[in-house]
Design a protein around this ligand. Structure first.
Ligand code: PEP
Ligand code: MG
Length: 595
């Protein structure tokens, strides 16, 4: 008997449409078992250490091979994900810690390695920042390989005889990479996020992917189940009716055409039909993504998340290491603006132990600029010195995350002035005028926006956190996901207030949270007079298309109407109505089928 069609909502992390049969894989091999501790006799200790080094060597060889294969299929920046994995294997502190454990505790290498790696990964998994949390998966992925070698296990890719949609509770980056792209149609996952490396790989393999599909659904899938993965609208359709399938085939064809048109349009100005321009910039987690800036026609980097630098194999980056990264980024950006955000981590530990005091509620704790000023001013000084020195090589702007008081800005400015004096005394080359901005992501910052505007050169609204703190709903908690309402009239009112204040004080205001990447919100941000929208490279084409489809007065009218609404659903209806008229191709991409 035919199973009934069922449509489920999920989070789209890689665009595209896949139609095909399911293949359930048992991924998540990082969920390795805790090895049994074994006490070593004195004579066993050195051979055990040699065995550990051998396991690292074998893992290194295996990963290099995987990277090589990946480079043959994909472009090099995605294969570079494995550079970070390889660096971890060469991490001097990791090796030292494990070997010390084996020697001092006289315990087997597998147990020692597991103990040390779990300490790293657990600290990362607790980070408030989603990007850093995802790195725990990477660390455990490498660790699973090392433990596998220590236990003489082999890991194989699932054998696929025909192209299938892979469904798994979890897939690690290396599991994703060993799957031959020509055997996979798309991914359906329970865990992960848009910034997980698995999602990044799916995007570069140009395979649609969904995350946030419930465990029960994935566990129940069988090979007979036909699926549609809608990586545009964030939907999973189980056992589609023939007419649904047909509608999606039409949608896939239309989307393919639209995306190639958008690629062709990447050289067109990001301006409305009556010439109002909005800068389109790129969010970057590492300098490797910079070449995308030209490909997608972005006019700068609107958010460079520096947290990534602090995850390097050799611990916290010193001034020279940071200077080299910022300088390279600025030089490569060729005078286009690059907004570097100072370290935004919470009151928890990184592998290099940024801060030692555990906090019951890190989201409300010593994170962002608070940590820099009051927890680790030494790190802040190092980062600001590196930025001041790099600033002479391009168009640098520096922004502070999680600002909630005026003093956080004035104290940072005093620190910058002090460092400039220090650099003058050292006869170092540095920028005497650093453009400084505040991220607006707390309600306190919005309520004091006029006062903040007098202190900074620009604002950048972090809507991910602004929504989290305004709605008092953890942005990573699925149970309150319904409250992540970027289009709530309260949120729109806050953003409007910030942009107005920026205009009044003659500074610029951008948006760098996820809201900037969603075409449905573009009319609102545009109508409020936003100066810059910064987002992932995949979203720039659609946002540009919406901007170019509108007259400014249409967007302004949509804002006026939305600000009178009571609910997020009502404001969304306003924008949807407008886009249905001016950019129907964008709306049909986001809707449930090609109809
Ligand atoms: C935000 O909060 O919107 C933002 C851009 O910062 P992050 O997502 O890194 O917290
Ligand atoms: Mg934020």
């Amino acid at each position: 008997m035919r199973k009934p069609e069922q449509t489920l909502q999920a989070l789209a992390v890689s665009p595209g449409i896949a139609i095909g049969r399911a293949c359930q894989v048992k991924g998540g091999s990082w969920r390795y078992e805790e090895p049994v501790p074994r006490t070593l006799a004195a004579a066993e200790i050195e051979p055990e250490i040699a065995r550990f080094r051998q396991a690292l060597e074998e893992t290194r060889r295996e990963l290099s091979e995987l990277q090589k294969q990946l480079k043959e299929h994909l472009n090099s920046s995605e294969a570079d994900i494995f550079d970070a994995h390889l660096l971890l294997l060469a991490d001097a502190r990791l090796l030292r810690d494990v070997e010390k454990h084996v020697r001092e505790e006289a315990q087997n290498a597998a147990f020692a390695f597991y103990t040390v790696i779990e300490r790293y990964a657990t600290a990362l998994a607790r980070m408030p920042d989603e990007y850093l949390r995802e790195r725990a998966v990477d660390i455990r992925d490498v660790a699973a390989r090392v433990l596998g070698h220590l236990n003489h296990e082999r890991r194989e890719a699932p054998g696929l005889d025909d192209r299938r949609i892979l469904a798994a509770c979890e897939l690690t980056p290396s599991e994703t990479a060993i799957l031959a792209p020509h055997k996979v149609l798309g991914f359906v996952l329970e865990n992960g996020s848009a910034t997980s490396h698995t999602a990044i790989l799916a995007r570069s393999m140009r395979l649609p992917a969904l995350v946030g599909v419930s465990h029960e659904v994935i566990e129940k899938l069988s090979v007979d189940d036909k699926l549609i993965v809608d990586g545009y609208g964030g939907r999973l359709i189980l056992n589609p009716e023939p007419r649904t399938e047909e509608a999606y085939r039409l949608k896939a064809a239309a989307a393919g055409k639209l995306y190639s048109d958008l690629q062709r349009d990447s050289t067109l100005e990001p301006e409305t039909r009556d010439g109002f321009r909005v800068e389109l910039a790129l969010n970057l987690e590492s300098a490797e993504g910079l070449p995308e800036m030209k490909t997608v026609g972005a006019t700068g980097v609107g958010l460079f998340r520096t947290e990534y630098l602090y995850l390097g194999a050799e611990g916290l980056p010193d001034e020279e290491a940071q200077f080299a990264v910022y300088k390279a980024l600025l030089v490569a950006a060729e005078e286009q603006p690059v907004v570097v955000r100072t370290l935004d981590v919470g009151g928890d530990k990184l592998p290099g132990s940024i801060y030692f005091v555990p906090e019951a509620n890190p989201f409300l704790g010593l994170r962002g600029v608070r940590l820099c000023l009051y927890g680790r001013p030494d790190l802040f000084r190092t980062q600001l010195r590196a930025l001041l020195r790099a600033g002479v090589f391009g168009n640098l702007k520096v922004m502070l995350p999680m600002v909630s008081t005026v003093e956080e800005i004035t104290e940072t400015k005093a620190l910058i002035a002090e460092l400039q004096k220090e650099l003058t005394a050292e006869k170092a080359h540095f920028t005497p005028r650093l453009s400084l901005g505040a991220m607006i992501e707390t309600p306190a910052a919005v309520l004091q926006i006029e006062q903040l505007a007098r202190e900074v050169d620009f604002f950048s609204i972090g809507t991910n956190d602004l929504v989290q703190y305004t709605m008092a709903a953890d942005r990573g908690n699925e149970r309150v996901a319904y409250l992540q309402q970027m289009s709530h009239p309260v949120i729109l009112g806050m953003i409007d207030r910030c942009i107005r204040a920026a205009h009044k004080h003659h500074i610029w205001c951008g948006v760098c949270g996820q809201m900037a990447a969603e075409p449905l919100y573009t009319p609102f941000l545009l109508g409020m007079g936003v100066h810059e929208l910064s987002m992932d490279p995949n979203s720039i084409g659609l946002v540009r298309r919406v901007i170019r489809s509108l007259f400014l007065h249409e967007a302004e009218a949509a804002v006026a109407e939305a600000l009178e609404c009571r609910t997020a659903a009502e404001t969304l209806a306003v924008s949807r109505r407008l886009l249905e008229r001016v950019a129907p191709e964008v709306i049909s991409l986001l809707s449930s089928s090609g109809n």
